[in-house]
Design a protein around this ligand. Sequence first.
Ligand code: ADP
Ligand code: MG
Ligand code: MG
Length: 476
Amino acid sequence: MAQGIPDELLTNSDLIKELAEEAKDSALTRGVLMRLQETPNSSEVVSFAPFTLFPTPVPKAVFLQALAVQTHYNTLVDKISQDADFLQEALTSTIAVDDFTARLFKIHQQILKEGRSQSIVLGLNRSDYMLDQRENGTSSLKQIEINTIAASFGGLSSHTPGLHRHILEMASRLEESQRILDNNPAAGLAKAIAKVWELYGSEKAVIMFLVEEIQRNVFDQRYIEYELLKRNIHSIRRRFDDVFKTGSLDQDKRLFVDGKEVAVVYFRNGYMPQNYASEQSWDARLLMERSRAVKCPDISTHLAGTKKVQQVLARPGVLERFFPDQPQVVEQIRATFAGLYTLDMGPEGDQTVAMALAAPERFVLKPQREGGGNNIYGSELCQVLEQVKDSTERTAYILMDKIHPTPVRNYLVRQDSPLKISNCLSELGVFGAYIRYGKDMVMNECAGHLLRTKSSEHSDGGVAAGVAVLDNPLLF
Ligand code: ADP
Ligand code: MG
Ligand code: MG
């Protein structure tokens, strides 16, 4: 591909080997880091986070399209989170069979009943896309999903542009190196957190990163923490268990953890069932939700990011409900939707089952899960659908058109893994940051981007799941 890395460079194996070794040092010195799988909670010995040797060509027009639609997605997620009737309607069939979503929904209902104790809302999300590329040369941007909780890699992706520029400079590809954009989601996300901290209005209050038991990706989070510290805003890192043991609310529902008042709970955990090791974790989540601390996300915004909601949004007329007077916004958002199909009980769901069984290779079957590795493809899709098709079990899933990006050849550089050329597929993420204060949106921004790339052998899975690696768009 003329816009990309030329074949003569990709096939020069001596040079590639040399570049890869130098690239690892470059990644380490630039702080593109991850803890080791064997010692995920220690920084004594660490390694580089996995990355592609070269950036990946992305058409400028679709890249700009993804950035431009982000503030509308922010608004949409926020509107959904405030529309209790919509959430109820959209999720009823799902929560009847999906215990995890049901549990989240129960907290949401409890908060609605009690009344929200905080009118400041902070949303930090990441909308992910792939390019649907057809033989006639057209590329269209299709949303894979939107992550409204614990969207990661904003920190590390702030440091990968320098890495790819360095590699290209070593390879004497100056023209390409200049086509790599600056990117700083860490600053963009921190800016919104800092603004919310100010609005909360307590000098001594801290930001609490609600973190996982296993913290391999700590450095990604540290960059956001350091941006906050530049503004003299302090952060603490705590687990559900810490909150359960030392957390409490005062008479004004202010949240205190370890004696410190918490202005913002920034969830980097809590998005999958395994994150809630015991009832105590659920108690801690409820405590935080009930508190006056600003939750990022609050429970309703968390639910707005479910795949079932995504599918319902794609139904005719639903976007219009949220943007009644803005047909151009509706159009801009809808242009990024892939085909999404209900599996609810009834003739429409029956039709979805028949369509999927007739051509499973055209679709992806998705449960209400996050974190990669949960989707179902191909013959397994048929097996699962055959098993559940006649029962309400099927409503735990949605069906989606499979998106087909054109593979691009590249090298994935990862620790303990031999260097080999792979056919790669990329996924573009765009970070959104918004703040609502009562009824007013006081911030609504696009906070940067992320490109993740994986070998085409894998149909699923992100960086944390060990499948994808960090990348940068090479615009053309
Ligand atoms: P998760 O919340 O677990 O990240 P995703 O919907 O992002 O769930 O799916 C995980 C991965 O599966 C994506 O990163 C992508 O590689 C692949 N995938 C998901 N949906 C599609 C699709 N419609 N077409 C092609 N690949 C998909
Ligand atoms: Mg997700
Ligand atoms: Mg995903």
